[in-house]
Design a protein around this ligand. Sequence first.
Ligand code: DMJ
Length: 423
Amino acid sequence: GNSQMGATIVDALDTLYIMGLHDEFREGQEWIDKNLDFSVNSEVSVFEVNIRFIGGLLAAYYLSGQEVFKIKAVQLAGKLLPAFNTPTGIPWAMVNLKSGVGRNWGWASAGSSILAEFGTLHMEFVHLSYLTGDSVYYNKVMHIRKLLQKMDRPNGLYPNYLNPRTGRWGQHHTSVGGLGDSFYEYLLKAWLMSDKMDTEARKMYDDAIEAIEKHLIRKSNGGLTFIGEWKNGHLERKMGHLTCFAGGMFALGADGSRDDKAGHYLQLGAEIAHTCHESYDRTTLKLGPEAFKFDGGVEAVAVRQNEKYYILRPEVIETYWYMWRFTHDPKYRQWGWEATQAIDKYCRVSGGFSGVKDVYSSSPTYDDVQQSFFLAETLKYLYLLFSNDDLLPLDNWVFNTEAHPLPVLHLANTTLSGNPAYR
Ligand code: DMJ
């Protein structure tokens, strides 16, 4: 949006807490208490507000126990609810926080909503119902899930676009990167977050991943495993930086996988981590491009000028961290340290850190933006990579897609929908 909503302050809070920067944390809390106000006439992305603000506030609440964060998260969630007023219950991409009027992105296929956007609300909304005892949030996201579950999927793949008026798929494009990514992540994490009770989510994840492996994952001539994009029956041999998170996801989902293929998925995670490291290593700055190809002799290298930028994204480091937790192979720390040094050398500026426009140029220019996910994710995952495993153990915490840790809900002996917390 165009209003002063302090995204960086909110997104960075739990990183401050985890790093033990408690004075700065309290300063952030004070700002939130006094200034964070959602009654603004501003159109915002439902997805971005959910993952960065609601996720950030909930994590700050769980870590610190300070009520103000819970109160603000619930207030904000209330402002997002009008986005679900569509004929199908699939939310609009954007909503005006004041008027509640929603709409979709003009560029999205046939007026569609985006899979990675309406499919990345589940964790936060289940927690909101858990904390408030109000089932409204839970019902919204379960409705989305049920609707998706009933739909036919071309080749078992979920298209990135779904029209919220008609309930029909838009273009048959499938991606594990931008437009699709965190939908798959949230299926797995819904299961983990429910203390593995939500087996419906696990099944949907397993089915989706099987189709992805069959149709989208290939090995390049040089032996690099990559995840391509499906476009109307054709595989585009291109992988985005965003897609690199999937290495960590495969490793995280290994335990509990169908037919006990844990070893296979851990190996797949390792291969994706290796490919993404290569995409960094084959640049001048040792920072990865936005997208890289595996075509006509090109391997893990960006071809188009407008895909050569690095905007402080976390996905590759995120995968190093998960791989480190599951294997303790020192190479992941070494790769994380390479990235740390490169960020410090090429992205540090007087006012903070900036993205760079071309990772293949020895004299890069800055984009003059410090994305809020740099503090929320990139630095947090680096910090965790060099910390002990007992800092936020994965048995107890599940990270939302913006790296905000939410606790596992131990709802023993009940199904999610039957749990009294949601009535
Ligand atoms: C973050 O906001 C989240 O990780 C999201 O899921 C994808 N993109 C950015 C970081 O690159």
